[in-house]
Design a protein. Structure first.
Length: 119
């Protein structure tokens, strides 16, 4: 006799529990490796610290602003740095990830999985 193996249907993971999704966990682990995270964290903290103290020093000693206004001066350069990180570097990371997944064939595999239109 041939033994029947029961194949359970793939389980859906709740949207509010992304840590339970093994695919999401795999890609988070690959992106947050200590070496790469440490390098980017060091570069970001150094640039943010430089921008903060440089703009505060300029506002205090050359523009002669009050201490309250001099403390507000670094907000715009830091906002610009944050925008640069999110829009430029974030876009590069996403496009690099999509390219790597296309080369690995993950995108074609996910597109071929039969799913209902409402899934």
């Amino acid at each position: 006799m041939i033994a029947e193996t029961s194949v359970s249907p793939p389980s859906r993971h709740a949207a509010w529990k992304p840590w339970a999704n093994p695919i999401f966990r795999r890609y988070c682990r690959s992106r947050l490796r200590p070496r790469g995270l440490g390098v980017w964290l060091l570069v970001t903290v150094l640039m943010a610290g430089f921008l903060f103290f440089f703009s505060r020093t300029i506002a205090t000693y050359q523009v002669h602003l009050s201490p309250e206004d001099a403390a507000r001066a670094p907000l715009i350069p830091l906002l610009f740095l944050q925008g640069l990180i999110l829009f430029v570097l974030g876009t590069a990371q996403v496009s690099g990830g999509i390219t790597a997944e296309r080369d690995e064939g993950v995108i074609d595999y996910q597109r071929l999985i039969p799913m209902s239109p409402l899934a």
